[in-house]
Write a protein that binds this ligand. Structure first.
Ligand code: PMV
Length: 305
């Protein structure tokens, strides 16, 4: 029994989404986390295949064990005598939602083991509980886009809305190589907000307005406008102090090489940034990103939906 879940990128609205503004995120279906149940007849354990087969017991203080506990509690089932093998292609702590993807795969596999098909809504609730342990005050966007595996227009606490995209576009996702904890960037912005609300609130409102424009641009297939909005969003994120010199360097390099737009994606301070490219500019931009220090660049197409 095996389940898998995708990575995600936030296209617009990270951070402001924590304060109730809308955000747009899409799944990256080519990069996935996997969980597989193997009957052993021995005590339950999780095996983290990517971490040298690290073994995690059921009752220890670990986010993966926590997912298993919450899932079984929800299913109202006993602890099974199995090994739960977990592995992931998604780089950790880099804004691609690896934690939520691993959690989602675990919930799905355990439910499938007991022959139960949990509704996405329930899976989303369980994964959100675990995200809270990782992140403190997560908006819920990561778990939502990953559990539903659909492009979402997300507002904290509101029902899921999918988003329409009229024209496919290509994004490059470039890794600064610097891992950064979302929790810290979110906490720092919270402090800044509490200390200087008069200056921070307009930035958050600015992001909200820009997300609405991006939603229309996607609906109309206006790729040039999307690129422009990415740059504007990055500028606002800089003002919120969640960018970093490395992220800014990659944004500048991409734009100099002819990209249509670029911005950090996710928690910031490191991790990944995204770039909007055309077929003609793609190769040159990839080269420029690598020269500017990106340790990994991959391509993903945002399809029509
Ligand atoms: O770093 P990631 O991909 O987990 O994204 C975090 C997104 C934030 O808006 C910064 C936080 C949140 O909970 O939405």
């Amino acid at each position: 029994m095996m389940a898998s879940s995708p990575a995600k990128v936030i296209l617009f609205g990270e951070h402001a989404v924590v304060y109730g503004q809308p955000a747009i995120a899409v799944p990256v279906s080519a990069l996935r986390a996997y969980a597989e149940v193997e009957a052993t007849g021995k005590a339950f354990r999780i095996v983290a295949v990517d971490l040298n087969d690290k073994q995690i017991d059921f009752d220890i203080d670990d986010p993966l064990a926590q997912v298993a506990r919450l899932t079984l509690e929800r299913l109202d089932k006993p602890i099974p005598q199995v090994s739960l093998l977990v592995k992931s292609d998604i780089p950790i702590a880099s804004g691609l939602g690896s934690g939520a993807a691993i959690s989602t795969a675990i919930v799905r596999t355990l439910a499938a083991y007991y022959g139960v098909k949990l509704p996405n809504e329930t899976i989303n609730e369980i994964v959100y509980e675990v995200e809270k342990i990782h992140h403190g005050t997560p908006s819920g966007i990561d778990n939502t886009v990953i559990v539903y595996e659909q492009a979402v227009y997300f507002v904290r606490g509101k029902a899921l809305e999918t988003i329409a995209n009229a024209k496919p576009f290509t994004l490059l996702v470039a890794d600064t190589g610097q891992s950064a904890l979302t929790k810290i960037a979110v906490g720092d912005l919270r402090q800044l907000y509490e200390a200087d609300r008069a200056n921070i609130q307009p930035l958050l409102d600015g992001v909200g307005a820009l997300v609405e424009k991006a939603r229309s641009a996607m609906k109309q297939g206006d790729i040039l406008q999307l690129g422009q909005l990415m740059l504007e969003n990055h500028a606002l994120l800089q003002k919120m102090t969640v960018s970093s010199p490395e992220l800014d360097r990659l944004v500048t390099a991409a734009m100099q090489a002819g990209a249509l737009g670029a911005k950090l994606s996710g928690g910031g301070r490191g991790g990944n940034m995204i770039v909007l490219v055309t077929e003609e500019t793609k190769d040159g931009v990839i080269q420029a990103l690598k020269t500017a220090g990106a340790v990994r660049v991959f391509e993903t197409i945002v399809e029509v939906f």
